[in-house]
Design a protein around this ligand. Structure first.
Ligand SMILES: [Zn+2]
Length: 263
């Protein structure tokens, strides 16, 4: 049964991933998400349903448009596979639960953040605002289901909104400190706004752990990029987002990290 669900969630994730790639690309270019429908960005050829199957269409068409033979970005395929995999892992971590819904929304918004930040150096406000509000409303509904309205609101504030504000404020403080230290913009506005979402879902101290984990992941990659003289500016948002996803799905808690450090 578990395997059956893992496959279902992979397929669901790859379909959503295909959509998230479109969202990230179109919103970054100020285009509508809905119109026009899926098309080749080179020749505007409208995709038939069988040209629009996540992963499979890309492989069958060998990554090329069937009409004009231009290359379909490899990032489409990568995002489809990674989203599928992450949806499966989320199911594995949270089973069919309320936390799974939150995890899927969180991961989804971060995938869009990663794609738009890598490809366009933008963290889209629309995506952050939409997912943040959706998650707050779901938490509130969840709490009210078990307790009365007032108690639910208190739980929401204490467990999610305050940690979000704390993470946001800490990151903002780090930015001011970093700007003074390096005499230039050290962190983008998007990176700071991301922290509210992190605090909301993974809590206050853990959301700050993403900064350390992100620096750790980014370090070898930054060295590589610096020496391969491709592009000198490396967005930090994708590393923060990857770290937040890792912390969320590994269900690690702050106490086990502290225990590990003390040992
Ligand atoms: Zn084409």
């Amino acid at each position: 049964m578990e395997t059956y669900f893992l496959i279902i969630f992979f397929i669901l994730g790859s379909i959503m991933g295909s959509f998230y790639h479109v969202v990230a690309t179109r919103l970054s270019n100020d285009e509508s998400i809905i119109f026009p429908g899926s098309h080749c960005t080179n020749c505007n050829h409208k995709l038939k349903w069988y040209e629009n199957i996540p992963i499979i269409s890309f492989i069958i068409q060998k990554g090329k448009c069937r009409n004009c033979n231009s290359n379909i970005p490899l990032s489409c395929l990568i995002v489809e596979i990674i989203t599928g995999a992450l949806f499966s892992v989320c199911f594995h971590s949270f089973k069919l639960s309320f936390d799974l819904i939150i995890a899927l929304i969180f991961v989804s918004s971060l995938i869009i953040v990663i794609v738009s930040d890598i490809e366009y150096m933008i963290i889209l406000d629309e995506v952050l605002v939409f997912s943040t509000l959706l998650i707050i409303v779901l938490y509130l509904i969840h709490y009210i289901f078990f307790m009365d309205y007032k108690e639910g609101l208190v739980e929401l504030m204490v467990n999610h909104v305050y940690p979000g504000i704390g993470a946001f404020a800490t990151m903002y403080g780090l930015k001011i400190f970093g700007d003074k230290l390096f005499k230039k913009e050290s962190l983008g506005g998007g990176d700071i706004k991301l922290m509210f979402l992190f605090g909301l879902v993974i809590g206050y101290p853990l959301s700050l752990c993403t900064i350390f984990l992100a620096t750790f992941i980014a370090f070898p990659i930054s060295i590589y990029i610096l020496f391969s003289d491709k592009e000198n500016i490396i967005p930090f948002g994708p590393f923060l987002s990857m770290s937040a996803i890792i912390i969320l799905i590994s269900k690690i808690d702050i106490n086990s990290i502290l225990n590990f450090l003390i040992k």
